[in-house]
Design a protein around this ligand. Structure first.
Ligand code: NAI
Ligand code: MG
Length: 327
């Protein structure tokens, strides 16, 4: 069976790390892929006026899964609709430290399960009058319960013991009150062990004692911010993959953006993108192949070559080739 994969490199280092991930997938003999490339982001907008052309939406909608690199300034116009195209409601962001890397917190292994459709990313913003703007934060019981079910299932399937529900219900009483109630009800229903945590205090605890956390279920913005914070604990954004999971379709992307400060230099760390491809393999049911890719990345992270963000002087292509060799 051949799997059709939409490949959307996008802007900046997306153009550099995406081919690396495609090379790794192509090197897996036991799975057949048909890669269909599509445009999105600043460059295609400059050319055509549209950051996310209809053709790209169609390719992502029809594919078995999508690999997305990064967009630049147009990120919100690209990734938010793309997540909708694949029907994703859950953003899965694992943050773990690796042997041989100089991490702030070398004992971190946390998976953020971020609600992906609403919260402050609902897109309902307006300028009331000059100098006064508002944003509507949407939280629904359905979406909150759905992300909690996904999070508790994920914890069970991946042998994680602790589930934490992040919220700020002491201030956002209605919206996060609902999120907290709906997510807690799922935990109660399942007889699961879980904690709840105020997201600001949680940020501090994550920096000081990340080893105490396994799976963290978060509203949209909290999941975005806390997972980037965790990236800092384990060695930087070059290491964090993510999955945007829907009922049937899914999109895989690194947590990082287009990194204009290093774009074009060929020195971006491809690990986050390659680890995203490993999550794609899991999603398609190739868990063993996903594990093989993760093991290959891990061995290269430990013994090199390494990109400059990890203290090395290797280029993207050299690291990608080393991962393919390790496979
Ligand atoms: P960023 O993730 O692009 O970069 C933050 C810092 O991390 C930079 O110093 C960068 O060099 C470094 N970095 C990121 N990925 C790296 C990698 N693979 N290897 C080595 N170093 C890496 O975030 P920033 O600077 O906030 O945003 C830059 C652009 O990216 C903006 O235009 C933003 O809109 C866009 N963006 C797009 C996203 C997406 O497409 N999903 C997500 C986040 C930002
Ligand atoms: Mg982000």
């Amino acid at each position: 069976m051949t799997h059709e994969i939409a490949v959307i490199p996008g802007d900046g280092i997306g153009q550099e790390v995406t081919p690396a991930a495609v090379d790794v997938l192509a090197a897996i003999d036991s799975v057949d892929f048909d890669f269909v490339e599509a445009d999105a982001g600043d460059a295609v907008k400059a050319e055509t006026g549209e950051a996310l052309p209809q053709e790209t939406r169609d390719i992502a909608a029809d594919a078995d899964a999508t690999l997305f690199g990064a967009a630049g300034e147009t990120a919100a116009d690209v990734i938010l609709p793309l997540r909708e195209v694949v029907g994703s409601f859950a953003n899965v962001r694992p943050a773990r430290s690796y042997p041989g890397l100089d991490a702030v917190q070398p004992d971190t292994d946390i998976v953020f399960i971020r609600e992906n459709t609403e919260g402050v990313y609902s897109g309902i913003e307006s300028e009331i009058t000059e100098g006064v703007t508002t944003l509507t934060r949407v939280i629904t019981e359905d979406a909150s319960a759905k992300i909690a079910e996904f999070g508790f299932d994920y914890a069970r399937q991946n042998d994680f013991d602790d589930v934490t529900i992040a919220h700020k219900a002491n201030v956002m009483r209605e919206t996060d009150g609902l999120f907290l109630d709906a997510a807690s009800a799922v935990g109660e229903d399942r007889g699961a062990d879980y904690d709840t945590a105020l997201m600001d205090a949680l940020a501090m605890h994550l920096v000081m004692t990340p080893e105490e956390y396994d799976v963290i279920i978060c509203p949209n913005l909290a999941g975005d911010v806390l997972s980037d914070l965790a990236a800092g604990l384990v060695g930087g954004l070059g290491l964090l993959p993510s999955a945007n999971v829907g009922e049937e379709n899914a999109l895989f992307e690194p947590v990082h953006g287009s990194a204009p400060d290093i774009a074009g230099e060929g020195i971006a760390n491809p690990s986050a993108m390659i680890l995203s491809a490993a999550m794609l393999l899991d999603h398609l049911g190739y868990d063993e192949e996903g594990d093989r890719v993760r093991a290959a990345v891990e061995s290269v992270l430990e013994s090199g070559p390494k990109t400059p963000d990890l203290g090395g002087d290797a280029g993207t292509d050299e690291v990608a080739a080393a991962v393919v060799d390790a496979l």
